[in-house]
Design a protein around this ligand. Structure first.
Ligand SMILES: Nc1ncnc2c1ncn2[C@@H]1O[C@H](COP(=O)(O)OP(=O)(O)OP(=O)(O)O)[C@@H](O)[C@H]1O
Length: 225
């Protein structure tokens, strides 16, 4: 479904962050992207999300994309800090995101409503986002952005701000999306939850990318993440 080939990138010329890495990802994969602080996990997600321009080839559905932007209609990205307007209410932010991505109203209301109910966030939709906790911001952002139902979902530290109930709901949601054919790539330092939901593990080390099996990742995760 998605392939990245020969990715070379560094923020500074003499300090390469990625040294010609390549990987493929398929429908239904839930990929846990891990590695030590500063190894480039967020940067890699941002390159896939076309937020950073890098020297690489990207294939989507078998086609070599000359302009990576062609992938954007099928991609959702949830960063560590959700992109929300503090001076709008939760509902107004959701309406803005719906309009921005041109999500059909019926589909949006159904999916957004289901997730907001699950996260028990109905009471907060009339509040200004300025008054939200980080966990509430994430619940609103997830519910709005993932109402798009794209085939690629990228998430940077998706679980850290959630309480255990929200973590359980979020991980179930990602598992359901993958079963329905989505590709999920996430970064997390929460090892137990991550190894429970991941079907593959990609690890960045010194500018190179290594795949480890689920069993290996289970053992290794005891030592560090
Ligand atoms: N905009 C930027 N300009 C210059 N250097 C940057 C920029 N963003 C990140 N870096 C550097 O690139 C390296 C990789 O950063 P990145 O955020 O991708 O790492 P990470 O693996 O996600 O780290 P963490 O686990 O701490 O979140 C770090 O050394 C960081 O300081």
């Amino acid at each position: 479904m998605l392939a990245v080939r020969n990715l070379n990138f560094g923020y500074e010329k003499d300090k390469p962050l990625f040294k010609g890495i390549s990987f493929e990802a398929h429908e239904g994969d839930i990929i846990w992207l891990r590695g030590p602080n500063g190894c480039g996990k967020t940067t890699l997600l941002r390159i896939i999300a076309q937020l950073i321009e890098a020297d690489c080839e990207i294939y989507y559905e078998g086609r070599n994309l000359t302009d990576g932007r062609q992938i954007l209609s099928q991609l959702s990205y949830i960063p560590v800090e959700p992109y929300l307007f503090d001076y709008l209410t939760g509902q107004e932010n959701a309406n803005f995101i719906r309009a921005l991505f041109d999500i059909p109203e019926e589909q949006f209301n159904q999916e957004f409503g289901r997730m907001i109910d699950g996260f028990q966030m109905n009471h907060a939709l009339k509040q200004f986002v300025q008054e939200y906790s980080l966990g509430m911001r994430h619940k609103l952002y997830w519910s709005s952005v993932l109402a798009r139902q794209t085939s690629i979902i990228l998430l940077d530290e998706p679980f850290s701000s959630f309480d255990p109930e929200a973590q359980a709901m979020a991980s179930q949601m990602l598992t359901d999306r993958a079963k329905a054919g989505a590709l999920i790539i996430f970064i997390s330092h929460l090892k137990d939850l991550s190894r429970e939901i991941a079907t593959r593990t990609l690890e960045i080390q010194n500018g190179l990318l290594y795949e480890s099996s689920k069993e290996y990742a289970k053992k290794e995760a005891e030592n560090y993440v």
